[in-house]
Design a protein around this ligand. Structure first.
Ligand code: PMP
Length: 307
C-alpha cells in the first residue's frame, strides 16, 4: 500500500509541508523503537468527512505514551483539534490518520531521553487493507509460529512502534506462505489476535472474542462491534480460545481500524462452516458500515465531524 502524499502534516503544534515533515536519522525512536502511535479512520458521511471514535483513539495514544513514560505535552482536546484541522487543510473526504509520539535526536543509547518527546499527525487517503477479494470471500489465516508478546515482554495495551515488529514478523511469514494474515497465539497457547486486528468467532449464534488478559490490543473496532452486537440482542463472550475452536467455528471475522470488518474463510487450510461471509458477520458488517458513515443516529456521538 503506497502512500499518496497530501499537502501538510502536523508536527509539534505546526503545520508543515508534507516533504518537510522529517526526523533525524539518529532519532532514538528509529534505533530502539521507543515510540507510540495510532491508526484512525475518517469516513465520508452525508454531513462531510467525520473521524470515527477520534477521542478514544487519542486517549489510547496518551495511555500508550504514559506506559512508555512519555509526556507529549498536548492535551486530548489539542490533539483532537489538530486532527480535525489537519483534515480541513488536506481536504480529504475520507482517509486514515496516523498520530505518533516519538523521541527527538540528541542522545544515543538504550536509555531514552524522555525530555525530547515529539508528536506529529499525518493523514492520507487509504482504501481496502486486505484487498477486495478477502473482504468479499473472506481471508485465509494461518496460526503463526511467532507468538504474541507476553504481558511482561512488551506491554500489550500500548500501541508501540517497537512492539509492532512482532506483528510484522508474523504477517510477513503468513504472506510468504500464501495466506492473507497471521493469527498469533499467547505463550500459553490461547488465540490472541491477528497481526493488526482482533478476532471474533461465532458458534451457535453466540460471539466469542479473546479477553484483554490474552495479550490483545483492546481494539476500538472490537469495542464497537461488541457494543453494536449487544445492542442487536446478540450475546458476546470475552473468553480464552484455543486454535481448534477457531477451526470448528461457524463463522469468524477480524476487526480493526485499517481492515474494518473482514470475514475469515479458513484457518490453517480448514474452511470454516460459513465458507466466506456468514449471516452474523454480514449483519454486523452492514451495521458497522452504517455506523461509521453516520447513517445510524444512535451512534452519531462516535463521529467527530470535520466541517
Ligand atoms: N491488534 C493489533 C495488534 C493492532 O495493531 C490493531 C490495530 N490498531 C488492532 C488489534 C485493532 O485495533 P483497533 O480496532 O483499535 O484499530
Amino acid at each position: 500500500m503506497r502512500l499518496t502524499p497530501t499537502n501538510t502534516i502536523w508536527m509539534n503544534g505546526e503545520f508543515v509541508p508534507w516533504e518537510e515533515a522529517r526526523v533525524h536519522v539518529l532519532t532514538p525512536s528509529l534505533h530502539y523503537g521507543w515510540g507510540v502511535y495510532e491508526g484512525i479512520r475518517a469516513y465520508a458521511t452525508a454531513d462531510g468527512p467525520a473521524v470515527f471514535r477520534l477521542r478514544e483513539h487519542l486517549k489510547r495514544l496518551l495511555d500508550s505514551a504514559h506506559v512508555y513514560l512519555m509526556d507529549p505535552g498536548h492535551t486530548l482536546d489539542r490533539l483532537t483539534e489538530a486532527s480535525l484541522e489537519l483534515l480541513r487543510r488536506t481536504g480529504l473526504e475520507s482517509g486514515y490518520l496516523r498520530p505518533i509520539v516519538y523521541l527527538d535526536y540528541g542522545t544515543m543509547g538504550i536509555t531514552p531521553d524522555l525530555d525530547s518527546v515529539r508528536t506529529s499527525i499525518a493523514a492520507w487517503a487509504w482504501g481496502s487493507y486486505l484487498g477486495e477479494k478477502a473482504e468479499q470471500e473472506g481471508c485465509r489465516l494461518t496460526v503463526s509460529s511467532w507468538q504474541r508478546n507476553g504481558a511482561n515482554t512488551l506491554p500489550p495495551l500500548a500501541k508501540s512502534t517497537g512492539a509492532c515488529v512482532n506483528s510484522s514478523l508474523a504477517k510477513v511469514a503468513a504472506l510468504r506462505a500464501g495466506y492473507d494474515d497471521a493469527l498469533m497465539l499467547t505463550p500459553s497457547g490461547h488465540v490472541a489476535e491477528a497481526s493488526a486486528a482482533n478476532l471474533f468467532v461465532v458458534r451457535d449464534g453466540v460471539l466469542h472474542t479473546p479477553p484483554v488478559s490474552d495479550y490483545i490490543l483492546p481494539g476500538i473496532t472490537r469495542d464497537t462491534i461488541i457494543t453494536i452486537a449487544r445492542d442487536q440482542g446478540l450475546t458476546v463472550e470475552e473468553r480464552s480460545l484455543t486454535r481448534s475452536e477457531i477451526y470448528v467455528a461457524d463463522e469468524a471475522f477480524l476487526t480493526g481500524t485499517a481492515l474494518e470488518l473482514v470475514p475469515v474463510a479458513s484457518v490453517d487450510d480448514r474452511p470454516l462452516a460459513s465458507a466466506g461471509c456468514g449471516p452474523v458477520t454480514k449483519q454486523l458488517r452492514e451495521a458497522f458500515q452504517d455506523v461509521v458513515h453516520g447513517r445510524d443516529e444512535r451512534y452519531r456521538g462516535w463521529l467527530s465531524y470535520v466541517r
